[in-house]
Write a protein that binds this ligand. Structure first.
Ligand code: GLY
Length: 594
C-alpha cells in the first residue's frame, strides 16, 4: 500500500517535471553558450502552479531556472561556478570541477570561500559509489575545554574573534584528497582558474563592495585591511581586485601539493601569524591534520533516498531524524499552512534536542547513530507530538547571530555529483589574515560548546559531547546532500550555508520538490521555517507566513519570530532533458551549465 503510494507520487512528480521540462536541442557537442534558457516559460509555470506563496512574499512563483543539458555548477559566486564549468568543458569530472570551484570561491567569495577553513564533501559517482569527505577543522593541541571562559566564569568572545578562534584548517587537505581519489585532473589544472582570478584580478561588483564595507569591523583590526580597505576605503565597485599574496599561495599549493600548506612556506606564514597575535596553532597541529573519508548517512523518505553528511557534522542525522518523524504524517499538509508549520516545528524541536546534546566528533564521542536514524524511534517521537499544541523547551538568552558558510553543487555529463559545503564560520572568520599568505583564518572554535549549556553565535545550546578537546573536530550543521529518486537515479544535489538553518532549509527545499511538487525555482523561493529546540522559537521569514497563520501558531503556544533570509541554498535538480540549477535567490551567486 505504502509502496504503491510512493510509486504514484513519484509518477506524479515525474509527470510534473516532464510538463515543466524544456528539452534543449539535441546536440552531440556542448552548446557554445553557458546557459540554455527554458524555451517555453509557460510550461515551467504550469508545474510552478504547485507553489502558492503568501501575499506580500518577496518572491514570485514561476521564475525561470538555469537549464542545461549536460552539466551544471551552482555556487554563491558566478565566477567560481564558471571556474567549475571551465574544468568540466575541458573534460574534467564533477570532483575536478568541485575542487576548481572550491579554490575559486576562496578568491571571489572570501567571506566564506576559503583555504583557512574547512568543509564537507558528499560525492556520488555515476556508477553508484557514494562517499563523504570530512575536512572539518580540528581544535589545536594546546586547546582546552574552558579556554574561552574568564576568571569570573563568563564566556568571552575569543571563540569568535581574533587569534584564539581558529581551528586547524582542513580545506586544502580535503580538496586535495578528494581530487587525488576521485578526480581525473591535477591540482595545477583545477587550480588554474583560481590562480588566474587572484593574479589577474576580477571586476568588483556592487554586492562584493557592499559586503566588504559591511564587514569593516571584522576585517580592519587585522592585516587584511591593506587588501580589502586600501587607503582606508573598501574596495570599490568597478575596480579590478587583485590578490597577489593569495595568488602566490595558490601557486605554491598547485605546484607542491597540500604539503606546501601544512609543512612548507605557507605553514611558516600561518604559524608566524599565530605567534604574532597570541594564537596557538603550531607546525605540529598543521603536520598532523588529516581529512577523513566517511560513509554517508543513507536514509529514505517516501521512496526517495537521501545521502547526507555523518558526524563530525550533525547535518545528515538531524535531517534524517526530522524526515523520519514527518514521514509518520505524510502526505504532509500544504506548505504555508498552520498544520505544516506546526509539524515542522515540533519535528525540528525533537531532532535538534538530540543533535544538541548527543552528537560530537566520532573520534571522541559515541554518537547514537542507529537510534537517531531509526524509523521506530522516529515513530515514538511522532506519537508525542500534540497536533493542537506546541511543546516547550526551556528558554535562555541568545547572542547575536552571524553566518558565512557557502555551499556549491556540481553535476557532470556522466552523472557524477558532488555537494560541498565549506566555511570560515562567521563572515571572514576570525578576521585574522595571514600575512604573506593572503587568506583569512576561520573562527570555527565557536562551533564547539565553548561553555556547555551556553549558546554559541548561532544560539545553539550544546552539551559535553561537543565540548573542546585537543585534536577534536567541532560539531557542524553542514549538510551537503544528494537525493536519489525511487528508481535510485540521481535527482537532486543541494545544501546550504547558515549554521543550524542549513539543516532546516536544505530539508525544506528537498520537501518542496518531492513532497510539494514545486519546480526547483519555486522550491528555492518558497518561504522557509526554522526551529532548533533552543531558543524555543519558530522562526519564519517576514511575510513568509500569513498573519492568520502566525496568529494560529501563537494560539497553539508557539513563540514565533521573524528573521530575514533564512539560510543560503544552492541546488541542482535533474529534469527530463537535463538539469535545472538555482542559486540562492536571497543572496548572490551563479548557476552555470552547458
Ligand atoms: N560553522 C557552521 C557549521 O559548521 O555548522
Amino acid at each position: 500500500m505504502r509502496d504503491s503510494l510512493h510509486r504514484s507520487r513519484a509518477a506524479l512528480l515525474s509527470a510534473l517535471l516532464v510538463v515543466a521540462a524544456c528539452h534543449p536541442q539535441p546536440s552531440a557537442a556542448p552548446a557554445p553558450t553557458a546557459i540554455v534558457e527554458p524555451r517555453d516559460a509557460t510550461r515551467v509555470a504550469q508545474a510552478a502552479a504547485a507553489a502558492a506563496f503568501p501575499s506580500g512574499w518577496r518572491f514570485p512563483v514561476g521564475v525561470k531556472p538555469t537549464e542545461a543539458e549536460h552539466a551544471m555548477v551552482v555556487s554563491n559566486s558566478r565566477l567560481a561556478s564558471e571556474a567549475g564549468i571551465e574544468i568540466l568543458r575541458a573534460g574534467g569530472n564533477a570532483v575536478d570541477a568541485a575542487v576548481a570551484t572550491g579554490f575559486a570561491l576562496a578568491v571571489t567569495y572570501p567571506s566564506a570561500g576559503n583555504i583557512g577553513g574547512g568543509g564537507f564533501m558528499n560525492i556520488r559517482m555515476a556508477d553508484g559509489r557514494s562517499m563523504t569527505l570530512d575536512y572539518r577543522e580540528m581544535a589545536p593541541l594546546a586547546s582546552s575545554r574552558d579556554m574561552y571562559i574568564d576568571a569570573n566564569g563568563k564566556l568571552t568572545n575569543k571563540s569568535t574573534v581574533g587569534y584564539l578562534a581558529s581551528g586547524v584548517p582542513g580545506s586544502v587537505a580535503g580538496m586535495s584528497e578528494a581530487l587525488k581519489k576521485y578526480g581525473s585532473f591535477t591540482l595545477a589544472q583545477v587550480m588554474a582558474p583560481a590562480i588566474r582570478l587572484a593574479e589577474q584580478g576580477f571586476m568588483v561588483d556592487s554586492q562584493f563592495a557592499r559586503g566588504i564595507e559591511n564587514s569593516r569591523r571584522a576585517i580592519t583590526p587585522f592585516e587584511g585591511k591593506a587588501v580589502f580597505f586600501p587607503g582606508g576605503e573598501a574596495v570599490k565597485a568597478g575596480a579590478r581586485f587583485v590578490q597577489s599574496d593569495l595568488a602566490r599561495t595558490l601557486k605554491l599549493i598547485a605546484e607542491k601539493g597540500p604539503k606546501a600548506f601544512y609543512e612548507g612556506p605557507i605553514a611558516d606564514s600561518l604559524v608566524a601569524e599565530e605567534q604574532r597575535g597570541g594564537g596557538i596553532i603550531t607546525k605540529e597541529d598543521l603536520r598532523r591534520y588529516k581529512p577523513e573519508w566517511r560513509t554517508p548517512i543513507k536514509s529514505t523518505y517516501r521512496g526517495y533516498t537521501l545521502l547526507a553528511m555523518p558526524p563530525s557534522s550533525s547535518g545528515g542525522i538531524t535531517m534524517t531524524e526530522t524526515l523520519n518523524i514527518l514521514e509518520n504524517f505524510a502526505p504532509l499538509p500544504p506548505a504555508g499552512s498552520v498544520k505544516y508549520a506546526h509539524l515542522l516545528a515540533e519535528s525540528y524541536r525533537r531532532a535538534f534536542m538530540d543533535r544538541n546534546s548527543k552528537l560530537g566528533d566520532p573520534a571522541f564521542v559515541k554518537n547514537p547513530l542507529h537510534q537517531l536514524t531509526s524509523k521506530t524511534y522516529a515513530k515514538v517521537l511522532a506519537t508525542q507530538i500534540d497536533l493542537n499544541h506546541a511543546s516547550k523547551t526551556p528558554a535562555f538568552e541568545t547572542r547575536a547571530e552571524g553566518m558565512q558558510t557557502t555551499h556549491y553543487s556540481v553535476v557532470d555529463n556522466m552523472g557524477n555529483a558532488v555537494a560541498t559545503t565549506t566555511t570560515l564560520n562567521g563572515g571572514y572568520g576570525s578576521g585574522v589574515w595571514v600575512r604573506g599568505g593572503g587568506f583569512f583564518m576561520n573562527n570555527e572554535m565557536d562551533d564547539f560548546a565553548a561553555q556547555p549549556g551556553t549558546p554559541n553565535m548561532f544560539g545553539l545550546v550544546q552539551g559535553e559531547a561537543n565540548s573542546i578537546r585537543p585534536g577534536k573536530r567541532m560539531l557542524s550543521a553542514m549538510d551537503p546532500t544528494i537525493v536519489l529518486d525511487p528508481e535510485g537515479k540521481l535527482l537532486m544535489v543541494t545544501g546550504a550555508a547558515g549554521g543550524p538553518t542549513i539543516i532546516t532549509a536544505t530539508m525544506e527545499v528537498i520537501l518542496n520538490v518531492i513532497e510539494h511538487h514545486m519546480t526547483l525555482a519555486d522550491a528555492m523561493r518558497a518561504p522557509r521555517l526554522h526551529h532548533q529546540a533552543l531558543p524555543d522559537a519558530l522562526r519564519y521569514e517576514p511575510n513568509g507566513l500569513s498573519a492568520a497563520v502566525v496568529d494560529s501558531l501563537k494560539a497553539m503556544g508557539h513563540t514565533v519570530s521573524s528573521q530575514n533570509g533564512l539560510a543560503n541554498v544552492n541546488s541542482i535538480l535533474r529534469v527530463p532533458g537535463g538539469w535545472h540549477g538555482v542559486y540562492e535567490p536571497r543572496s548572490v551567486g551563479g548557476a552555470v551549465g552547458y
